[in-house]
Design a protein. Structure first.
Lengths: 495, 507
């Protein structure tokens, strides 16, 4: 029991140590390295489960690691938002490491790849469990630095350009966050994430608060790919598919969204946001992103790029839920964190499996693929249906809540946005499915090994089952998210 | 008490005597010069640590040289700021001297070794004296000693470039000294004193009589010390001097020599004039404007440099801007952050220049586009370089973050929130010229290594980490300074104690 309080620290340190030990295996010792990497991610996932268990039964706790100077603390805390994001990321990380062992078998520089893949896990856990803005900022910076080698992994011109673009966008965002952080600290005197917010509008001028909020919003908005700060994400698709899957559908982009949630609900709080009239500003901003990204997605022929624009659009849903300023809408946004994570990672895994087996990257080349790779394409279809928002796949629930939230907020315009986006989703996912199953093409049923290796197929099948389970057995998730929504949606604080 | 009060004097006189022993020693035993210089500096460092410990307990050491009391005699005063600075100066000089053992053999003619250490110790003694002296004329003498020996440190290499740079440095520094001397003259004319404490006592009574003269004096000091400390438009000598000097010289020039002038300026400003006059005369606004330009322009110039040491030198111009920004803000947080940045930057820049020297020692490469694969062949050096560069960019847990953070809070305190934008922008510019170096060292590919296609990549040559092929006497100082940068970022408590005491004492 006593040692359990150190589990959040363990979640950060263990992947780092594990990554270094994994790095000891030489380039050619693939088996040893794969076993190590899977073990590290499995242990991390189990530790996360232990944290969740402890949290659900006994409530959250905090852990002060170090005080740099008065007011500057490195501190971890387990609270609802932390367990939500941390849990999602840690468990999906295990599946994607498993998938990576299969996908990377034919790639170069596997050693470097796995080292940084695991380092990123530690940083993401740090982001999830940080108890104040400084700690969040610290891990956020290091996540950028540790994911850079993954983005440039291919080493060709495209990857290098993508890497440079990624670094420039991310550090620009980090700079904005730092400005916001300083403005907050200088005016409020603390950076602690507090239920109901720390912002006291009676201190300091409204302009400073607005400036601080906008800096933080656009700072985190870079990683959350809010338009027009999204351009790094499609080009980062030059990375190997497991990187795109995990980092660009779950960890990196969600850390941006997570940051936005934190500043809205743990730094500013509902009261301040309503007084500053910033909630609907956020919602309106991301509505544009949702629709524009969907329209651009339709024009993409490269499968991964289409998925990338779909990610940009879907991330908007989460932020939209946060911006609606109703508890139902927030619940919808939170549900979409986990639902979109599972759906999108499945889609990316399918895309990776297709690349590994057939070498095809473009949608126009996939005619008739359903005959050769039925399992993969069925999984892809189920996940795509979830994305569009058709029951019984889990994407439906979060959209349902979002629509309810918009109505409750008295802004039916956002219902129109959501439904319009669902139609656009259908418009860009259905052609892929129709192409694969109902068109004649180059692919025929193959005997022997038609599908990707088991280490890749297994995560796909488990995750797609997860999509269905979460979509059918609602009591598994919805009550908890409802509680989290209610918890965050408190007027508390100083207002 | 009596025993302690003599110690600051020893800190100046010991290296001074040792420096004059060097040429004599070098006449017979050139190899003994470096150990003697190192031992001397080590002893001075030990004394300064003791002084620092004593001062931190709330004491101020005053010593009248040769028993003549002020206002006529020379007075040495060690308060928190000076004790912090003399520890920094002697500590870093000690590490640089250890480093210089092999670096000097590699970069200098054997003939000048003795003279090199003469200049080094003279410079050390000048810097320590400058920081602790409480008397304007004595300060001026020590400014000259430091300046001339610093020129000698640049010229020691004897190449055409370094001679030219040293000459340029000498000429501009002399112009700077001229301005300072004028300023001192004016102050003597106004107040009739040279001792800082006595000037402070006299000034309020006479300041209404000489409004323009005080303004002129302050602006002369800004220009004079600005030239010496390379405040932006007056920085012209710095890039040549710092990049063409031998690496140990570059390290000491960039991290310490430039800073002691700023400390001297701060002392004159805060003790003799007081913040009130500083605010009234608009000199503060001048410094603020120049420092903001310096922060951006220095970074822009650094960005276009292709030779590593020149890039580092321009980066110093930008970082000096940070320190002056702290002074220009004129608020307690701003001043504290400026002083903190003096220390942090001293560590960072020493580390970077020593790394540049080590890279040159092992590979002979000087240009930033030639560092491909260095992350593997020189892991310790590039690791230290990465630490210092992260600190420069201002990533948390490294020293640079703390001072940048303090400066930003200071600008909020001074009600200039837009200054934060410049601070962050400058940090991002730092990233643009340090990260490509690191990226290439670790992830860069040799041209032609990647033409095989994916099939053959399985058999690509594995990159192995090999320990740097550099003598330990160079590697260990680099590692210590890099650890210092991290320690400053994680445990700045002790340093903040000194600075907070300084703020209390001086404001």
């Amino acid at each position: 029991m006593d040692y359990i309080v150190y589990l959040p620290l363990f979640m950060i340190v263990f992947p780092i140590v594990g990554a270094l030990i994994t790095g000891l295996a030489k380039e050619k010792h693939d088996l040893a390295r794969n076993v190590m990497a899977i073990t590290v991610s499995l242990v991390s996932a189990l530790a996360m489960v232990a944290i969740l268990y402890q949290y659900v039964n006994f409530g959250g706790w905090e852990l002060l690691l170090h005080q740099i100077a008065p007011g500057l603390e490195i501190k971890l805390r387990v609270d609802p938002l932390a367990s939500l994001f941390g849990g999602t990321a840690a468990i999906l990380w295990f599946f994607s490491v498993l998938y990576s062992t299969g996908y990377m078998a034919h790639e170069h520089d596997r050693r470097r790849y796995f080292i940084f893949y695991l380092l990123s896990l530690g940083m993401t856990m740090g982001i999830a469990m940080s108890a104040n803005l400084l700690t969040l900022y610290l891990f956020y910076e290091f996540l950028t630095i540790f994911t850079y080698p993954l983005v440039i992994h291919e080493g060709n011109e495209e990857a290098k350009t993508a890497g440079i673009r990624y670094i420039i966008y991310s550090f620009f965002g980090a700079g904005m966050i730092l400005i916001g952080l300083i403005l907050i600290f200088g005016t409020a005197g603390t950076l602690e994430f507090t239920r109901g917010g720390i912002v006291d509008l009676s201190v300091g001028s409204l302009r400073i608060w607005q400036a601080a909020f906008l800096c933080l919003l656009f700072g985190f908005g870079v990683k959350a790919a809010i338009m027009p700060l999204h351009a790094w994400l499609p080009s980062a698709m030059a990375a190997p598919t497991p990187v795109s899957a995990l980092l660009h559908a779950v960890a990196v982009v969600k850390s941006g969204v997570f940051g936005i949630l934190r500043i809205m609900y743990s730094i500013f709080g509902i009261g301040a946001l309503l007084a500053l009239e910033l909630g609907f500003f956020v919602a309106g901003l991301v509505s544009i992103t949702i629709l524009t990204a969907s329209i651009i997605a339709m024009q993409q022929d490269v499968l991964k790029r289409r998925l990338a624009f779909s990610t940009i659009s879907q991330l908007g849903y989460i932020t939209l839920g946060a911006g609606l300023m109703t508890s139902i809408g927030l619940t919808g946004g939170l549900l979409h964190i986990i639902n979109h994570a599972i759906l999108k990672i499945t889609l990316f895994f399918c895309a990776g499996a297709i690349i590994t087996v057939t070498g095809k990257k473009k949608i126009s080349e996939l005619k008739g693929l359903g005959k050769q790779m039925p399992l993969t394409m069925i999984a892809f279809t189920i996940a795509a249906i979830g994305m569009i928002g058709i029951p019984p796949v889990n994407g439906f629930i979060s959209k349902w809540y979002l629509i309810q939230g918009s109505l409750e907020a008295g802004a039916p315009i956002f219902v129109a946005v959501l439904i319009g986006s669902a139609l656009l989703n259908a418009a860009y996912f259905m052609p892929i499915i129709i192409n694969a199953f109902f068109k004649e093409g180059d692919f025929e049923p193959v005997k022997g090994k038609p599908e990707a290796p088991l280490s890749m197929l297994l995560p796909i099948l488990i995750l797609v089952t997860g999509c269905l389970v979460l979509g059918i057995f609602l009591p598994l998730t919805v009550p908890y998210f409802h509680d989290i929504g209610e918890y965050l949606f408190t007027m508390g604080g100083n207002n | 008490m009596d025993q302690v009060s003599k110690l600051p004097f020893y800190c100046v006189i010991i290296p001074l005597i040792a420096s004059f022993c060097m040429p004599v020693l070098a006449r017979w035993r050139k190899d003994y010069c470096m150990p003697l210089a190192t031992v001397t500096t080590g002893a001075v460092f030990a004394i300064t640590v003791y002084i620092g410990y004593y001062v931190l307990q709330g004491n101020i050491i005053r010593y009248n040289v040769a028993g003549w009391p002020p206002p006529w005699g020379i007075e040495l005063v060690v308060e928190s700021l000076s004790s912090m600075m003399i520890m920094l100066i002697s500590g870093l000089s000690f590490l640089i001297l250890v480093y210089s053992r092999h670096a000097i053999k590699h970069e200098l003619e054997r003939l000048v070794t003795g003279w090199y250490y003469t200049a080094f110790l003279l410079c050390l003694s000048g810097m320590i004296g400058l920081v602790i002296s409480n008397d304007l004329f004595n300060m001026y003498v020590l400014i000259e000693i430091t300046g001339i020996s610093a020129c000698a440190l640049v010229a020691a290499k004897g190449t055409r470039l370094s001679t030219e740079a040293a000459l340029k440095y000498l000429l501009l520094a002399t112009v700077g000294s001229g301005f300072i001397l004028f300023g001192i003259g004016f102050i003597y004319m106004i107040t009739g004193h040279l001792n800082l404490a006595y000037i402070a006592m006299e000034l309020p009574a006479v300041k209404d009589q000489y409004p323009f003269l005080i303004w002129t004096t302050l602006s002369f000091f800004v220009v004079g010390f600005g030239v010496k400390a390379a405040l932006f438009p007056l920085h012209l000598w710095l890039p040549d001097a710092h990049s063409s000097a031998p690496s140990p010289s570059s390290a000491i020039l960039s991290s310490l020599v430039v800073k002691v002038y700023i400390i001297a300026f701060l002392k004159i400003l805060l003790i003799a004039f007081g913040l009130e006059i500083f605010h009234e005369t608009f000199i503060r606004h001048l410094i603020l404007a120049l420092s903001l330009v310096a922060m951006l322009a220095g970074s822009f110039f650094a960005f276009v440099q292709i030779e590593l040491k020149r890039r580092l030198a321009y980066s110093t111009v930008a970082q000096v801007g940070y320190v002056f920004l702290g002074i220009g803000l004129g608020t307690p947080w701003g001043l504290a952050a400026g002083m903190l940045h003096i220390v942090v930057h001293a560590f960072m820049k020493t580390c970077l220049f020593l790394c540049a020297g080590a890279i040159y020692y092992q590979t002979g490469r000087k240009h930033v586009n030639e560092f491909t694969g260095l992350g593997y062949s020189m892991p310790v050096t590039m690791g230290a370089f990465t630490v210092a560069a992260f600190s420069m960019v201002g990533i948390p847990l490294f020293g640079g973050f703390i001072s940048k953070y303090g400066l930003a809070l200071g600008s909020l305190e001074a009600e200039l929130p837009l200054v934060i934008l410049v601070i962050i922008l400058s940090g991002l510019l730092n990233a643009t010229y340090y990260f490509p170096i690191i990226g290439q060292a670790y992830f860069g590919q040799e041209d032609g290594a990647h033409h095989h296609g994916t099939e053959h990549d399985h058999h690509q040559e594995e990159k192995k980490f090999k320990l740097d092929q550099v003598p330990l006497s160079m590697l260990i100082p680099i590692a210590i300074v890099a650890l210092g940068v991290i320690a400053l970022g994680i445990f700045p408590g002790g340093l903040l104690d000194f600075i907070n005491r300084t703020i209390v004492e001086l404001l």
